[in-house]
Design a protein around this ligand. Structure first.
Ligand code: PGA
Length: 257
């Protein structure tokens, strides 16, 4: 069975108390999967900055199953200084993060992040030894205008200054914007097509092989079909990752547990 990456992007949800509650439920849900975690299943959660501290402490107290990997949802590339409202890579590392989501479509569209800025963040993250979870994907208008592959190619090629070894360290997350938070997931064939294209492109850029997740309305009931596709290595899950039960059912549905 292939290894599945199950990553939960909590977005602007979950207070500290709710985060503690998630970890309590997680133990019950994940203990039966303890033997697969870290082997055929890799679980990560990306709480908001204010909940990273409690998530890290809750993770330390998990005994009957491995804790999920901890990541942040964003970071700034400068090491320190006068950047009001921003958080540095050293700061998220200090609180226990090993991963960070970069280039999410909500950052690109609502907060105006450009390919160039995102590439700087990816480079700084790699330099610090953290894993960037690099998101990209087309809007509905771009898909309807047959521009999906051009857009995806532009977004991925923004990373072309990276070395092959650096490109291989990134976890890629193809997230068509029209499928995020809409309940309308891409079909498994649509997701497979773009994920396979992304892998070919990363190879053209010099990587030997890369990990590509699909994101956009992944839920327990569509997980099996999506995760069974050979170019899809896992899921970046938003809404369905806020409850440990629903989140882990995405993997259980796939694995038939
Ligand atoms: P969704 O979000 O699962 O709620 O569609 C996915 C994401 O934005 O990462």
């Amino acid at each position: 069975m292939k290894k599945i990456y199950l990553y939960g992007n909590w977005k602007m949800n979950m207070t500290q108390e709710e985060t503690e509650g998630f970890y309590k439920d997680f133990v019950g849900q994940a203990t039966p999967l303890a033997a697969t975690m870290g082997k055929t299943l890799e679980v990560a959660v990306f709480p908001p900055f204010t909940s990273l501290g409690v998530a890290a402490s809750a993770a330390k107290s998990l005994v009957s199953c491995p804790a999920p990997i901890l990541g942040a949802q964003n970071v700034y590339f400068e090491p320190k200084g006068a950047f009001t409202g921003e958080v540095s890579i050293a700061m998220i590392k200090d609180v226990g993060c090993t991963h960070v989501i970069l280039g999410h479509s909500e950052r690109r569209t609502i907060f105006g992040e450009t390919d160039k800025l995102i590439a700087k963040k990816v480079k700084a993250t790699l330099d610090a030894g953290l894993v960037p979870v690099f998101c990209y994907g087309e809007t509905l208008a771009e898909r309807e205008g047959n521009a999906t592959f051009d857009v995806v190619s532009r977004q991925l090629r923004a990373l072309s200054a990276l070395s092959p070894a650096e490109l291989e360290k990134i976890i890629y997350a193809y997230e068509p914007v029209w499928a995020i938070g809409t309940g309308k997931s891409a079909t498994s064939a649509e997701a497979q097509e773009v994920c396979a294209y992304s892998k070919r492109l990363a190879e053209e850029m010099g990587a030997r092989s890369v990990t590509v997740l699909y994101g956009g309305s992944v839920k327990p009931d569509n997980a099996k079909e999506l995760l069974s596709m050979d170019a899809i290595d896992g899921a970046l899950v938003g809404g369905a990752s806020l409850k440990a039960d629903t989140f882990l059912r995405i993997y259980k549905g796939y694995a038939g547990i």
